[in-house]
Design a protein around this ligand. Structure first.
Ligand code: FAD
Length: 434
């Protein structure tokens, strides 16, 4: 029986390809051009809605590792990206039109893939289904997902603050403390002098903002979680009475700083740090430029940029298992950004994993176990691990268990993470395929 994959974005296209390559017939539903989203502009499958970069391609980066992992499974998205790449230093950036056209043509030519250009408004009543309708899922499908998950609300506006790699913070330019000394000193405080603050303020208020792609009413929803650059425009000192307030904080010289950004641990290990109160709509390059003006962040590496756009995602830990399968409805799987992974390649990875697991479900074989040392395994675990404040997550080394031996050199440590992941994935893959 044909497997229905709903949504021909990055996750859905990869899922359809993986299933078809395993000899399973697929119907891939894509509502464009009949109906479009606020961000898509073309009729192609796998359209990149914003940046043309699929992130780092370096072996020693999390983005590079995830791509290497996907290549072990003959990923269509990675193959097409490599075939249409444009020069971009260490990143895998593509000619977006050629890339999406190549994905579309490859799937259209596959004898086992049938592309249905129509909005899917009901979850097919029979057979295996993979829902991959993305962060801008149509209203009808969002409604079906609400019924499926029992959640009354699935539309979120990401007003997320950026997250930086803990190892890229300059700890000599700040101090650990809790405000008023209350509780344990779990915040890393990044102080600014008057001059530093004013320079930051100027850059922030003049920086380029990303388009919202949503109506005016939607902006109102966000009065309660205002972007930092909007707040700054209310006056030079507004931030010093808001997210950058220095009250209750004393530096090593027992002085109260002029302004302070607090960094909060994003994960238990403290390898990821959140810029508290810095939800933003600045474009990603501008976030990098402006937030690096804060002395402790002058070399910060961003693991997740601040975003503000509609982002429909399900509370996956409540409803999915690590095979991206609905626990209550075993014939239905979910994939892509909808499941709470964040980014083009992460969405592709979840589409790939959901398809491999769905194929095994159809064939009556046990699910694949992706090693926890791999980014694919870590993302699968992210969607299935209970979390009372579930938020979308991009691939990063902070998700992986520590290495058996501590390696001081950062570059070598990252390479060791990558090497371990690829070795473990190869071993497990070979083992499970036999
Ligand atoms: C405005 C915006 C900017 C972003 N910028 C970036 C960025 O620069 N870099 C990055 O890595 N990530 C970015 N993201 C995140 C990005 O959306 C995801 O990384 C990725 O596109 C998600 O892949 P997906 O397959 O889950 O969803 P999508 O790629 O969005 O694919 C979902 C597909 O489903 C279709 N669809 C929806 N509902 C239905 C239905 N009922 N029936 C049939 N088809 C349907 C849609 O038309 C779409 O083609 C951005 C997201 C948004 C919303």
């Amino acid at each position: 029986m044909t497997i229905n994959v709903i949504g021909g974005g990055l996750a859905g296209s990869e899922a359809a390809w993986q299933l078809a390559e395993r000899g399973l017939p697929v119907t891939l539903w894509e509502m464009r051009p009949e109906k479009t989203t606020a961000a898509h502009e073309s009729n192609h499958l796998a359209e990149l809605v914003c940046s043309n970069s699929l992130g780092s391609y370096l072996h020693s980066s999390a983005g590079g590792l995830l791509k290497s992992e996907l290549k072990q499974f003959n990923s269509l998205i990675v193959q097409c990206a490599e075939a249409t790449k444009v020069p971009a230093g260490g990143a895998l950036a593509v000619d977006r039109h050629r890339f999406a056209a190549m994905v579309s043509e490859t799937l259209a030519k596959h004898p086992l893939v049938s592309i249905r250009r129509q909005e899917c408004t009901e979850i097919p009543a029979e057979g295996v289904v993979i829902i991959a309708t993305g962060p801008l899922s149509s209203e009808a499908m969002a409604g079906r997902l609400q019924q499926l998950t029992g959640e009354s609300h699935l539309h979120f506006f990401d007003a997320a603050a950026p997250i930086v790699d803990g190892e890229s913070v300059d700890y000599d330019k700040g101090f650990w403390a809790a405000r008023y000394g209350k509780g344990t000193p779990d915040y890393f405080n990044c102080p600014m002098t008057k001059e530093e603050y004013e320079c930051f303020y100027q850059a922030l208020t003049q920086a380029q903002v990303a388009p919202l792609h949503e109506g005016v009413e939607d902006v109102k929803v966000f009065e309660g979680c205002m972007p930092i650059e909007e707040m700054a425009k209310r006056g030079l000192d507004t931030l010093r009475y808001g997210p950058l307030r220095p009250v209750g904080l004393r530096d090593a010289a027992d002085q109260r700083p002029y302004a302070v950004l607090q960094l909060r641990k994003e994960n238990y290990k403290g390898t990821l740090l959140n810029l508290v109160g810095f939800q933003t709509r600045l474009t990603w390059p501008e976030q990098r430029r402006v937030f690096r003006l804060i002395p402790a962040l002058h070399q910060a590496e961003f693991q997740r940029y601040g975003v503000m756009h509609r982002n429909t995602f399900i509370n996956s830990p409540r409803v999915l298992n690590a095979a991206f399968q609905f626990r209550r409805y075993p014939r239905i799987f979910a994939a892509g950004q909808l499941t709470g992974v964040e980014g083009y390649v992460e969405s592709t990875a979840s589409g790939l994993m959901a398809a491999l697991q769905a194929a095994r479900y159809v064939q009556g074989r046990p699910f694949l176990q992706f090693p926890e040392t791999t980014l694919m395994g870590a993302l699968a675990s992210h969607v299935a691990t209970p979390n009372k404040d579930y938020q979308p997550m991009a691939a990063n080394f902070g998700l992986l268990p520590p290495l058996a031996e501590r390696i001081r050199d950062k570059q070598k440590r990252k390479e060791a993470y990558s090497q371990r992941a690829l070795e473990d994935l190869t071993k497990t893959h070979n083992l499970q395929e036999n």
